[in-house]
Design a protein around this ligand. Structure first.
Ligand code: ARG
Length: 467
């Protein structure tokens, strides 16, 4: 237990140096000490490169996964220290506050109160370290959960508490004692309605906006696209791939189950070490937010017949180290249940790829509506460039609109019966938005057998794959 304290500090320094979310920021801004922590030299942001044997299979043993030792693992995407007293902090889903006693020997009292931003959320209090001195008169910690208070001192075992309103009050009534505690209060949102809605398989392809029929994706501005808003493409995965020797590049992907991301084989052509996956993200500059899920994946399957000359079978599946909980901003896309070619349909591509050929990557997820071409038309264009388009591919282009580098692996989707169904996987093109030359996508419907064979527990509900 003692050894976990320095590790916690390290976590605290790391997270407080990044951008805190609004609710915690309020608390942090008022705390003088946080400033000096913020200026401390940062640990390297990129995890150490590990041999595959060390980093593969489970995260528990991998040294680049920071984990609080809590009895039950509560998913937390932002942990920030709160060292101000007489404060009330509203925690958002996925956020956690780190509370600890002062290490000086002076008397003080400190009450910290917590509520939740989301009225449906729950708070969990856990003390990772608890050892106070002498007896309850000299040092004590009172934990109040929904009006019920318990006081602890000495070596008391402080259990785990759950409730909506929580406060921790510490008292040190005599100079010279310096016992201490380290506790966390974490905030968890309600379980996703999506899961209970369909007892068979999770619903796919539906966004919150679609559910509430305000299907508006706040269009401001890939090439020729527009920025998207949070939750508009909740299956969109951002992949930052680290390959040997010292290469990093971006690809897109789409969440198809709670543990699998569909992407392109050519994203894994190099000697891939690990994949930093981010879900629930729109703006790449916002690195810490309660609703983001970041994971490092090392497990992926590339189509055995991926042909890098003809760019055939450009498909791969990334397996996440653990299942994600579906939320308003993290949901799976539907995969096709028919072989419909979708010729002439309008399909939407999404990605953080460059905004022009050789240009800058997008900071905000872009979407672009493209026309789906017939394979005959597409073949006639690409045969002049010595590429043969197979039936396992699909082409799409708009006027000045196309995917571009970095968009690879991301989805090209059509709306069918009020659900987004993935038609293609961004594969290749000539330059970007070259007039008359459509982008080429892997046709997902041609690979359903392959996908089901490589995605254990593949199951999509809500009409797309209802049994
Ligand atoms: N191969 C590209 C990538 O790695 C995707 C290119 C798509 N290009 C296009 N013009 N449609 O990101």
């Amino acid at each position: 237990m003692h050894s976990s304290v320095p590790a916690l500090w390290w976590v605290a320094i790391l997270v407080s140096s990044a951008v805190p979310s609004n609710s915690l920021r309020g608390a942090l801004d008022r705390i003088g000490r946080v400033d000096s922590v913020t200026k401390a030299p940062l640990p390297p942001p990129v995890s150490p490169v590990l041999p595959r044997s060390l980093s593969g299979g489970g995260e528990a043993g991998s040294p680049h996964t920071l984990r609080l030792k809590t009895e039950s693992a509560i998913p937390v995407s932002l942990l920030a220290p709160v060292d101000e007293c007489d404060v009330t902090v509203a925690l958002d889903n996925g956020e956690a506050a780190l509370l600890y006693s002062r290490s000086d020997r002076y008397e003080y009292t400190c009450k910290q109160t917590f509520t939740t931003v989301d009225p449906r959320a729950n708070l969990t209090v856990t003390c990772q370290h608890f050892r106070l001195k002498f007896n309850c008169f000299f040092e004590s910690l009172t934990i109040e959960v929904d009006g019920k208070a318990s006081t602890y001192c000495m070596d008391d075992k402080v259990g785990q508490f759950q409730g909506r309103n929580v406060s921790l009050s510490f008292e040190r009534n005599f100079m010279g004692f310096n016992g201490g505690y380290v506790c966390t209060v974490s905030c968890q949102g309600p379980p996703s309605a999506l899961i209970s809605e369909d007892p068979g398989c999770p619903t796919c392809g539906v966004t919150v906006a679609m559910e509430s029929r305000q299907s508006k994706t706040a269009d401001e501005r890939i090439v020729g696209g527009v920025s998207t808003v949070k939750g508009a493409f909740p299956w969109m995965a951002h992949l930052r791939i680290t390959a040997r020797p010292s290469m990093q590049y971006m690809c897109g992907g789409s969440l198809i189950t709670d543990t699998h991301i569909l992407s392109a084989a050519h994203c894994f052509e190099y000697d891939v070490q690990y994949i930093d996956v981010t879900l629930g993200m729109v703006d790449t500059r916002i690195v810490l937010a309660g609703d983001l899920v970041r994971m490092q994946a090392t497990d992926f399957t590339v189509h055995a017949k991926y042909d890098s000359d003809n760019i055939y079978n450009d498909i791969a599946v990334v397996k996440l180290p653990r299942a994600v909980t579906f939320t308003d901003v993290i949901r799976p896309i539907c995969l096709p249940t028919s072989a419909d070619t979708m010729e002439g349909a309008v399909a939407t591509a999404t990605g953080w790829g460059t905004l022009s050929f050789g240009g800058e990557e997008a900071q905000v997820l872009q979407k672009v509506d493209l026309d789906v071409w017939s394979n005959t038309m597409c073949s006639s264009v690409w045969s002049r460039k010595y590429m043969t388009i197979a039936s396992t591919q699909v082409c799409a282009l708009g006027d000045g609109k196309d995917t571009c580098s970095g968009d690879s692996g991301g989805p090209l989707a059509v709306q069918v019966d009020g659900k987004y169904v993935q038609l293609g996987i961004t594969s290749y093109g000539q330059g970007c938005a070259t007039p008359g030359v459509p982008g080429v996508y892997t046709r997902v419907s041609s690979y359903m057998t392959w996908i089901k064979a490589h995605v254990e527990g593949y199951c999509q509900g809500g009409g797309a794959e209802r049994k």
